[in-house]
Ligand binder design. Structure first.
Ligand code: CO
Length: 219
């Protein structure tokens, strides 16, 4: 019993399965390309910044088939870009100004728990403050949302609207505005992912200039 308890304790502290997986993964990549890790250690030159939901079912690199070094990633609950969020803004600034990333992808997903939460009447604590922008968006688009028959459809439509809203938020940051003023090419894309079939969809809300942002905001 004591041995089992000790073993259990050790497992709790070291999570051996994850380290075994890691060693297998690293050796598989090194065998295919012995220069992969040494070259990656020198620098990163990703072309894409991914702003996505923290949901464990939406792993950015896997679903886009991109390797380490190819995708700069920021994830939070419900893929929000809040103008006072130093974390997200710092990622954005580093991506645009240091890494000179050309494409910023805001990717939401259908059935997002953070979006679903705004339709529920029960309080969720601290996170309700974080989700407040989605609550406000839900209220602004209530007429359109209430035309949809089921709760599931309303959640999914709000997931799409939330992505488009965050695309505008990215485009309105001083970071992206300054980049456009310098004529640095940066495009902001709005995508949505379906957990049920693993497929990404472009929401057709791509913005590459201040003029395009004005057009999207006028809609
Ligand atoms: Co989510």
């Amino acid at each position: 019993m004591a041995a089992i308890a000790r073993l259990g304790g050790a497992t709790m502290k070291t999570l051996p399965r994850l380290f075994q997986n890691n060693r297998k993964w690293a050796s598989r990549i090194s065998q295919a390309d012995p220069t992969f890790f040494p070259l990656l250690a020198e620098q990163q030159t990703p072309d894409f910044l991914w702003i996505g939901c923290a949901d464990s079912r939406v792993p950015a690199n896997e679903i886009t088939g991109l390797l380490p070094g190819e995708l700069f990633v920021h994830r939070n609950v419900a893929n929000l870009v809040v103008h006072t969020d130093l974390n997200c803004l710092s990622v954005l600034q580093f991506a645009v100004e240091m890494l000179k990333i050309k494409h910023i992808i805001v990717c939401g997903h259908y059935g997002c728990g953070g979006v679903k939460a705004v339709f529920e009447r029960t309080p969720h604590g601290l996170i309700d403050n974080w989700l407040r922008p989605i609550q406000d968006l839900c209220r602004r688009r209530e007429a359109e949302l209430m035309q949809l028959a089921s709760l599931e459809e309303r959640v999914d439509r709000l997931c799409e609207l939330n992505v488009i809203e965050q695309v505008k938020n990215v485009a309105n940051t001083t970071i992206v505005q300054d980049a456009w003023r310098r004529n640095q090419p940066v495009s902001v894309h709005g995508w949505i992912y379906a957990i049920s079939d693993g497929l990404l969809q472009d929401l057709g809300a791509c913005i590459s200039s201040a003029a395009e942002l004005n057009e999207l905001e006028a809609q």
